[in-house]
Write a protein that binds this ligand. Structure first.
Ligand SMILES: [Zn+2]
Length: 197
């Protein structure tokens, strides 16, 4: 990666040989490898058997999970909060594993909509809950830094499955509990207000 990064610096009009930039290719490579380390992670490895059979069918919520990802259109960061809820049928996931699942999918080149549904779909596949809901709120630097549609640079996406899709009261209970910062319509439709030009 480092020769490419040196070439990139030159293409940008910089002198890759000047002191401040000498180690930049090495640092950028290391940073990019970390920020995309989710590619080499595996769901089962992350969950590491932390699936437990329980007699519990109330909503489980893990909210305000910080996440950092890279938009696949511009390779610029988008980041914010992720809220996850599910209603167990027979199984739960160890609570600490949910943020790790979010990290695994965030540390890839992403679009926010796909990231949101990958988290929800994985939870559905692994524990077959009565319902699962994922809401992500993020700032996209590709929009705010480039001055594109500044008012929309804060994006909210959601994936509502099972009971959260079918039952408005369940959905509202979840939305009330996460006290979404943005106005969210009471709909089960996926929400997305991201521009990707
Ligand atoms: Zn972008």
């Amino acid at each position: 990666m480092q020769p490419l990064l040196r070439q990139l610096l030159a293409e940008l009009g910089e002198d890759p040989g000047r002191e401040g930039l000498l180690n930049t290719p090495k640092r950028v490579e290391k940073a990019l490898k970390f920020l995309t380390s989710g590619y080499s992670m595996d769901v089962d490895e992350v969950l590491n058997d932390a699936l437990f059979t329980v007699d519990y069918s109330e909503m489980v919520i893990v909210k305000d999970i910080d996440f950092y990802s890279l938009c696949e259109h511009h390779l610029l960061p988008f980041f914010g909060k992720c809220h996850v809820a599910y209603i167990p049928r027979t199984k739960v996931i160890g609570l600490s594993k949910i943020p790790r699942l979010v990290d695994m999918f965030s540390r890839r080149l992403q679009i926010q909509e796909r990231l949101t549904s990958q988290i929800a779909d994985t939870i559905r596949e692994k524990i077959n809950p009565l319902g699962v809901a994922v809401v992500m709120e993020a700032t996209h630097l590709c929009m705010s830094m480039r001055g594109v549609e500044k008012q929309n640079s804060f994006c909210v996406t959601s994936s509502m499955l099972g009971a959260f899709r079918d039952n408005a009261r369940t959905r509202m209970e979840f939305l009330e509990l996460i006290k979404l910062r943005t106005a969210l319509r009471a709909s089960s439709e996926p929400m997305a207000v991201c521009a990707d030009d």
